[in-house]
Design a protein around this ligand. Structure first.
Ligand SMILES: NC(=O)c1ccc[n+]([C@@H]2O[C@H](COP(=O)([O-])OP(=O)(O)OC[C@H]3O[C@@H](n4cnc5c(N)ncnc54)[C@H](O)[C@@H]3O)[C@@H](O)[C@H]2O)c1
Length: 338
C-alpha cells in the first residue's frame, strides 16, 4: 500500500483524489492547500495542511501529487524529491523550455525518485490504438496530422484564479494550460517537428496577459505536414479533433471516438475512450489510468508513465510557436533536442 499526499485542491485536485480513492493500492495520507475552504473537499479525518513542506516532513508520503499553478510545479517537485518522496505532477512540466530542461536534468540526477507528468491523454484508448496503427506500418507512413481544440473559457475562469491569466505564474494561455495535451499528441503520433510557422493572438477582451488563440503549421522531420489550432474563444467547449492521414488510410478522433475514414468519408468506429462519470467530458478518464500505471511502476520497476524528459517537447513546441507568432518567421527546432 502506497501513501499519497495531494497538494492543491482546486479544479483538478479532486480528480486526483477520486483516482486515489478508486485504487485499492493507494491510501490518501494527507492533503494541502493554502485556501482553508478547500478542506471541505476531503473527509475530515484526512490531515489537512496549508504548508506543503510541513506536510511532507510530518506525513512522509510515498508520493506527492502536485495540482498547483504552473510556476510552482518545478520548485515543489524538486523539494518533494529532496525530502524523499516520489512525485506525480500535473502538466505542464514547466513554465518554459529552459526550466523544463533543468527539470529533466534533475530527474536524471535523481534516479531513485520517480517523477511522473500528467499528460494522461497519451493513455486514451483512441490514442493507444492510433499509435499502434501508425507503428504497425500497415497503412504506410504518416503524411499529415491535424489537431483542433475549439474550447471556451469565460472571464470568470481567469477572475476566480488570477494566476491563469498571468505570464509569470501560468507561462502562457490556451497552449500551456489547455491544448498542451493535443500538441503533445501530435508529437507523440507524428514524431519530432523540424520547423513551424504560427500566429498567436488574443481574441477575447478579458484584460489578461496570456494568449487565447493560436494556429500553427508544423513541418515534421519525417516530411509530414501538420496543422494545430487551439482557442479558448469558442462559444462553447467542443470536442478536440485529431486527424492523421497516412499513405494508405485516414483516421480521425472526434467525440473521443477513433474512426477510420472510408473513401467517401464514411466512418468505421475503431475505439472509444472510457469516460469518468462526474467530470468534464474533455478531461477523459485517463487520469485514473495513468495514476495507476505510475503506482505500478513504483512496485514493479516499469518505466511506463510520462517522465519529465518525455514532456519537454510539448513545452519546446509551445515556445517555438510563441516565437514564430512574435517574429512572423519560420522557427527551426534544434535537431539534437528530439
Ligand atoms: N491534466 C489535465 O487534464 C488538467 C486539467 C485541468 C488542470 N490541470 C492542471 O492542474 C494544475 C492546477 O490547475 P487548476 O485549474 O486545478 O488550478 P486551481 O487554481 O483551480 O487550483 C490550484 C490550487 O492550488 C492552491 N495553491 C496555490 N498555491 C499553493 C501553495 N503554495 N501551497 C498549497 N496550495 C496552493 C490554490 O489555493 C488552489 O486551490 C495546473 O497545472 C493545470 O494546468 C490539468
Amino acid at each position: 500500500m502506497k501513501r499519497a499526499a495531494v497538494i492543491g485542491l482546486g479544479a483538478i485536485g479532486p480528480i486526483h483524489l477520486a483516482a486515489i480513492g478508486q485504487n485499492p493500492g493507494i491510501t490518501l495520507a494527507a492533503v494541502c492547500d493554502i485556501d482553508r475552504q478547500t478542506r471541505e473537499k476531503v473527509p475530515q479525518d484526512i490531515p489537512f495542511f496549508t504548508d506543503y513542506m510541513e506536510m511532507i516532513r510530518e506525513v512522509k508520503p510515498d508520493v506527492v501529487h502536485i495540482c498547483l499553478p504552473h510556476y510552482l510545479h518545478v520548485p515543489v517537485a524538486e523539494a518533494a524529491v529532496k525530502a524523499g518522496a516520489h512525485v506525480f505532477c500535473e502538466k505542464p512540466v514547466a513554465l518554459n523550455t529552459a526550466q523544463a530542461e533543468e527539470f529533466a536534468a534533475f530527474e536524471a540526477a535523481h534516479p531513485d525518485a520517480r517523477i511522473g507528468i500528467c499528460l494522461q491523454n497519451r493513455f486514451n484508448e483512441s490514442i493507444e490504438m492510433l499509435r499502434d496503427i501508425i507503428q504497425g506500418g500497415e497503412y504506410g507512413t504518416v503524411t499529415g496530422l491535424k489537431g483542433i481544440v475549439p474550447w471556451s473559457r469565460p472571464k470568470s475562469y481567469y477572475d476566480e484564479q488570477p494566476w491563469r491569466g498571468k505570464m509569470e505564474y501560468a507561462g502562457g494561455g490556451c497552449m500551456i494550460n489547455q491544448s498542451i495535451h493535443t500538441l503533445d499528441l501530435l508529437y507523440y503520433l507524428g514524431g519530432p517537428v523540424g520547423s513551424l510557422r504560427a500566429s498567436v493572438s488574443q481574441l477575447l477582451d478579458y484584460g489578461i496577459e496570456v494568449e487565447d488563440t493560436v494556429s500553427a503549421r508544423l513541418n515534421f522531420r519525417n516530411g509530414a505536414k501538420g496543422l494545430f489550432m487551439a482557442t479558448n474563444a469558442n462559444y462553447k467547449n467542443e470536442s478536440v479533433q485529431i486527424s492523421v492521414q497516412m499513405e494508405k488510410g485516414e483516421f480521425i478522433i472526434t467525440d473521443n471516438i477513433l474512426s477510420r475514414l472510408g473513401e467517401n468519408g464514411e466512418k468505421e468506429k475503431l475505439a472509444e475512450d472510457a469516460k469518468m462519470p462526474g467530470t468534464k467530458f474533455y478531461y477523459g478518464a485517463s487520469h485514473k489510468k495513468l495514476i495507476a500505471l505510475f503506482y505500478e511502476a513504483l512496485e514493479n520497476g516499469s518505466r511506463e508513465y510520462v517522465h519529465v524528459r518525455d514532456a519537454v517537447m510539448g513545452i519546446r513546441l509551445i515556445d517555438a510557436i510563441v516565437e514564430a507568432g512574435r517574429t512572423g518567421k519560420e522557427v527551426f527546432l534544434p535537431e539534437n533536442a528530439d
